[in-house]
Each structure stands twice: as structure tokens, then as C-alpha cells.
Design a binder for this molecule. Structure first.
Ligand SMILES: [Fe+2]
Ligand SMILES: [Fe+2]
Length: 365
């Protein structure tokens, strides 16, 4: 242990935060659904080291079924089909390592926010639940890091994700922490985990995501159940502030130009000899054929398909904020996806799944 140091070379400079610490002297159960969720979480604990088969090498043939999650159907283009098998497989592997790295860093943020919530939330049941979530998130960091090490290498955090984690850690308002983490970040994560888990045929990844997504469905339920209880107690100004915080978090993760996420993916592809310009030309030329093959109807992304419905359920989607959501979704994805106006946008907003845990496992639409 001679190379042990108190300051490590890999750590960030300290981030000053405004978290408030609250003692609570009532130890009796008070919010029944949160107490139940805490018991459920305690029963559902698993052990990363023992419950996953780490000795099994990653099956790269099966791994190629892992979705790219690039937001555009490049795998439907003739350029994609013209690439050698090894290039395609390499592209899937590196793209996944990049996306899994974002999941990993997000999990670290979740770990720290959950630990802050233990201190900052005022109800005992909510402190108990946040304690189990803290344990869950430590395990998620552990298993994602370990999987990426087997697959490729850990890539740096995308600035847009770092920004929202910083904001959620920095705020002194615990309700904003819940909205930023349990509703926006974990809502997006659930959506992405669901897609990757249900499509990949790589057994270790599928198993890992099954365990993680089950925990995440509970974390999301914690946010919803706690916040929907709190919102009716808020004054108009506090409520509007909470709505705006959710809006800003979602916006910073979606705005293509702001996030640089896609630019990094293109760099990764260029490294293995894929020419993004040719790929996009192929996508453009063949777009009619490609969209004809896609399932009909609107393909809603995670914000419109899950995060905004969650906010509505919690009482945090006023007409005012719905206008803003519609505006930026329309700018990013066009009127066909976002709706021509706010009425249409609201009309097509889906309900949250009746059972999120089953939805994540692909058992519900
Ligand atoms: Fe997590
Ligand atoms: Fe989580």
C-alpha cells in the first residue's frame, strides 16, 4: 500500500454544496408507501460480486445485438451494411463502452445525491429509503465499472451530464435534488436501461441491467411517491421554481448542440475508420426507405415518453412549463414528434406505465 495517498490524482476539485442537514425526532412510520418501498428495497438487495457471472468472457457476437442508442437509425443504411463485419462489431463495442461510461458516471452522481438525501429530507421514512438507495447506487457503480473494464475502457463524462449532476448536488433544496435525480436523471436512465436490456443478447450485460433496472424502478417510484405528496403543500412560487429546475435539467440533457454527446460518438466512430460524412449521406439519401420500415406512429424519446409524464403525475406540469417543454422538443425533434402546438403535445403525452418494474423488463408497453 505504499502508493496510497490522501489526495488522489483522479479526483475532481472539491464542489461546494449548499445541502441542509435535518434531524427528525419522530421515528414512527408516517408515509406508508415509502416505508413499504424501504422494506422492498431491503429484501431486494443483491451482491455484485456473487450474483453476476464475472468469469464468463463477453460474447462479442451476441454483443453486436446491443443497440447503439445514437438516436438515428444508422444500422438501416447501405453504408452500414457495406462495412466489414469486424468494423461493425468494433463500432458497437466502443459505442456501448461510451454509453455505459455515461451510465457509470451518472451512477456515481446518484450515489452522492442519495447520500445527501439521507441528511436533507425531513421525514424518517424518506431518510430510510434514501439509505437503501445509497447502497444500491454503490453497487451500480461497482458493476458498471467492472463490466466496462471487461469490454473496453472508461470514457470521460459528457459535459451535459456533469452539469446536471453538479446542479443537483449543489442545490440546498432537497425537493430539487429529488426532481433532478429521481425524476429526470433516473427517468432517462430507466428508459435507456430498458432499451439496452431488452435488445442485447449478451448474457452478462443483460443480467447486470436486469438487476440494475429493477433497483432503478424503485428509485423512480421513491421520487414520484414523495414528490407527489409534497407538491400540494407548496406555494405557487416554490412550485414554479421546482418546475423550472426540472425543465432546465431535461433541457441540458436533450439540446443536441449543448451536449456534445453526438460529437463524441462521431469521434469514436472515426477512430475505427467509419466516415461519418458518408454515413450521414447514406442516411439522407435512403431516408424514405428507412422510415417506411420503421414502426408507424410517433417515436417518443425518454423526455417526452417518460420524464414529462412523470412530472405531470407529480403535479409539476403547469401550462406555463408545458409550453417551454413543447418549444424545446419541437426545436430538437420537429413538430411530427413534439406536436404542432402545446395542445397536441399534451394530448399525445402517454400515461406512466401502471407498473414501472414490469415495464422496464419489457412486459408492458
Ligand atoms: Fe443506479
Ligand atoms: Fe438509481
Amino acid at each position: 500500500m505504499s502508493d496510497f495517498t490522501v489526495k488522489t490524482t483522479t479526483q475532481e476539485p472539491d464542489l461546494p454544496t449548499a445541502m441542509q442537514v435535518v434531524y427528525q425526532w419522530n421515528y414512527d412510520p408516517e408515509i406508508e408507501e415509502l416505508r413499504n418501498l424501504y422494506v422492498k428495497a431491503a429484501e431486494a438487495q443483491w451482491i455484485g460480486e456473487k450474483d453476476l457471472d464475472w468469469d464468463r468472457p463477453i460474447d462479442l457476437v451476441k454483443f453486436s445485438t446491443t443497440p447503439l442508442g445514437a438516436g438515428v437509425p444508422i444500422e438501416k443504411t447501405s453504408y452500414w451494411r457495406s462495412l466489414p463485419e469486424e468494423t461493425r462489431s468494433e463500432l458497437v463495442r466502443r459505442t456501448a463502452a461510451f454509453r455505459l461510461s455515461q451510465f457509470l458516471h451518472g451512477e456515481q452522481g446518484a450515489l452522492m445525491v442519495a447520500a445527501q438525501l439521507v441528511n436533507a429530507v425531513p421525514h424518517t421514512d424518506a431518510k430510510f429509503y434514501a439509505a437503501t438507495q445509497t447502497m444500491d447506487e454503490a453497487r451500480h457503480v461497482e458493476v458498471f465499472a467492472r463490466y466496462i473494464a471487461k469490454l473496453d475502457e472508461i470514457r470521460p463524462i459528457a459535459p451535459s451530464l456533469k452539469g446536471i449532476l453538479d446542479q443537483t448536488l449543489e442545490t440546498g433544496d432537497w425537493m430539487k435534488k429529488l426532481v433532478g435525480m429521481q425524476i429526470v436523471v433516473e427517468g432517462l436512465a430507466l428508459y435507456a436501461f430498458r432499451e439496452m436490456r431488452n435488445l442485447t443478447e449478451e448474457p452478462l450485460l443483460k443480467n447486470l441491467l436486469t438487476y440494475v433496472a429493477r433497483d432503478e424502478a424503485r428509485h423512480h417510484a421513491y421520487g414520484v411517491q414523495y414528490i407527489e405528496r409534497c407538491v400540494p403543500c407548496l406555494g405557487a412560487k416554490e412550485r414554479a421554481e421546482l418546475e423550472d429546475f426540472a425543465l432546465e435539467c431535461a433541457r441540458s440533457l436533450i439540446d443536441r448542440n449543448a451536449q456534445g454527446f453526438f460529437t463524441t460518438l462521431l469521434q469514436i466512430w472515426a477512430e475505427i475508420g467509419v466516415d461519418p460524412a458518408v454515413m450521414f449521406a447514406s442516411l439522407h439519401d435512403e431516408r424514405e426507405e428507412i422510415t417506411r420500415d420503421l414502426p408507424r406512429g410517433r417515436r417518443l424519446g425518454p423526455v417526452q415518453g417518460f420524464v414529462i409524464p412523470t412530472l405531470r403525475r407529480c403535479g409539476l406540469l403547469s401550462e406555463r412549463v408545458a409550453e417551454h417543454f413543447h418549444g424545446f422538443l419541437k426545436d430538437n425533434f420537429g413538430a411530427r414528434v413534439a406536436g404542432a402546438n402545446v395542445e397536441e403535445f399534451l394530448q399525445y403525452l402517454p400515461e406512466l406505465p401502471a407498473d414501472t418494474a414490469r415495464w422496464v423488463m419489457g412486459e408492458l408497453q
